[in-house]
Design a protein around this ligand. Structure first.
Ligand code: UD1
Ligand code: CA
Length: 479
């Protein structure tokens, strides 16, 4: 056998591998309008996790069988798989049969995966394929032994341990229900004869469905070689059929994501309270404090301090950034920036290096220049701030006139006094100063002082006279 493989390799002859992902089911138990395989685990639709594993396992063709919500599924996997449709969900065997057309000229091995098994790793798939090839099997099923096998198909073996079939939970006899070796729903088949055999299967079972696992019994009965790769990691092969299992899958993958990040040099003070999506990148020596959520394709640099109580959604952060008790979404944050506590950086912001955005500050579509400071209680929307601008507490850009959004531009080194209203469109020049409490409606030229508020009036002795009046009225019994 080994010599045979060597010979093939010497000839440069590599066995081809295709993968078919079954993803047409509605996922009734999810009780959802969204197709089951599009529910996300750590920010990525389940089916995309499976696609990634299939690609990394060496499959050079991937066919995806879509059905319920098929257009949505097709859009999600566009460019990553050939999509075929199963118009009626008649069972997993019928689903695989839909791949017969695109794979009619394919000659090699076909890996079959379910779109609802998102945690399977490429390594496990590679192990399955090489065992399948080494054993010269027509079909090899990946099995696992579970503490609680409820809901899964059970693997039936004969007295000598040979796999003779798979029986679904709903069709199983009481003694079969006690079997703890289960069908993971992941198989490898020789392409030869596969689709002909599928066409022979009958839906004679409790659910009236065409069961793909029946092909194992069929092959075994015909004397074709059927093998099993047993002992798959239960944490990898779990199927997600309802939202409780979805939460378990999230927890399992989340732990894997955190572990990999920690091993790559990220400190997590309490990883159990840190939720990081599968697509996130974080540099070494970054410290993540508890109750932090980092989502989408966020990229965080080295040496940052993130959290506690922080949510970062698809934002890019440079190195040595501090974000505390804040939300940062779809924005670019330069190195050495300090954000929070209690800042809300909404989509479309760009913070250059060394910017400080302090407590209770909301930014939206704002570009903040190098070294600028917005330390407290401000709203800056549709604003462009130059370098070293200082924005006083309570400053508001009035960017919306009820119909349109307008831009505020503030030049380098400008100083905005506290509690200013900048009514856009408006421009404050470089080095200009805006007096505290001003409502600025016209441009302030470079280097000028813009003040727009009433001059203060002091009335001498007013307070004492008021007290006197108050005393007289109280004496009259008035309130
Ligand atoms: C299936 C297996 C079971 C195995 C379990 C592993 C069958 C009959 N049973 O059960 O032995 O232990 O997976 O998780 O195969 N699908 C289609 N078209 C259909 C029906 C299903 O594409 O007509 C897809 C679904 O979208 C899903 C996958 O096939 O991704 C599995 O279907 P599901 O209904 O979840 O099967 P299980 O009952 O979990
Ligand atoms: Ca399932």
């Amino acid at each position: 056998m080994v010599e045979h493989v060597d010979f093939k390799e010497r000839q440069g002859w590599v066995m081809s591998l295709a993968a078919v992902i079954l993803a047409a089911g509605k996922g009734t138990r999810m009780k959802s309008d969204l197709p089951k395989v599009l529910h996300k685990v750590c920010g990525v639709p389940m089916v995309c996790h499976v696609l990634k594993a299939a690609r990394e396992s060496g499959a050079d063709r991937i066919v995806l069988v879509a059905g319920f919500g098929g257009e949505l599924v097709e859009r999600e996997v566009k460019g990553m798989a050939e999509v075929v449709f199963q118009h009626e969900q008649l069972g997993t065997a019928h689903a695989l049969l839909q791949a017969a057309r695109p794979l009619r000229d394919f000659n090699g091995d076909i890996l079959v995966l379910c779109g609802d098994t998102p945690l399977v790793s490429a390594d496990t798939l590679k192990r399955l394929v090489s065992a399948h090839r080494a054993g010269g099997a027509s079909a090899t099923v990946l099995t696992a032994v579970l503490e609680n096998p409820a809901g899964y198909g059970r693997v039936i073996r004969d007295g000598r341990g040979k796999v003779t079939g798979i029986v679904e939970q709903k069709d199983a006899a009481p003694e079969e229900l006690s079997i703890r070796e289960i069908n993971t729903g992941i198989y490898c088949f020789k392409s030869e004869g596969l689709f002909d055999a599928l066409a022979v299967l009958k839906p004679d079972n409790v659910q009236g469905e065409y069961y793909l696992p029946d092909i194992i019994g069929l092959y075994a009965g015909e004397g074709r070689t059927v093998a099993a790769v047993s002992g798959a990691d239960p944490g990898e092969i779990m199927g997600v059929n309802d939202r409780c299992q979805l939460a378990i899958a999230r927890e399992t993958l989340g732990r894997r994501v955190n572990r990999e990040l920690m091993l790559s040099g990220v400190t997590m003070v309490d990883p159990d309270t840190v939720y990081i999506d599968a697509g996130v990148t974080i540099g070494s020596d970054t410290v993540i404090y508890p109750n932090t959520i980092i989502q989408g394709d966020a990229v965080i640099g080295r040496g940052c301090t993130i959290g506690p109580f922080t949510q970062i959604i698809s934002a890019r952060l440079g190195d040595n950034v501090t974000v505390r008790q804040s939300v940062v979404e779809n924005s670019e944050i330069g190195s050495h920036c300090v954000i929070g506590p209690y800042s809300y950086i909404r989509p479309g912001c760009v913070l250059e290096d060394k910017v400080k955005v302090g407590d209770f500050v909301e930014l939206k579509k704002a570009t903040i220049g190098y070294g600028a400071k917005v330390p407290h209680l401000s709203y800056l929307g549709d604003a462009v701030l130059g370098r070293h601008v200082n924005v006083g507490a309570g400053t508001i850009t009035c960017n919306y006139d009820g119909e349109k959004k307008w831009t505020t531009v503030i030049g380098d080194n400008a100083f905005i006094g506290s509690n200013a209203n900048l009514v856009a469109p408006v421009r404050v020049g470089a080095g200009a100063v805006v007096g505290a409490g001003s409502t600025i409606t016209r441009d302030v030229p470079d280097g000028a002082l813009g003040v727009a508020r009433d001059r203060q009036k002091n009335i001498p002795g007013w307070s004492g006279r008021r007290k006197g009046r108050k005393g007289e009225s109280e004496a009259r019994g008035e309130k």
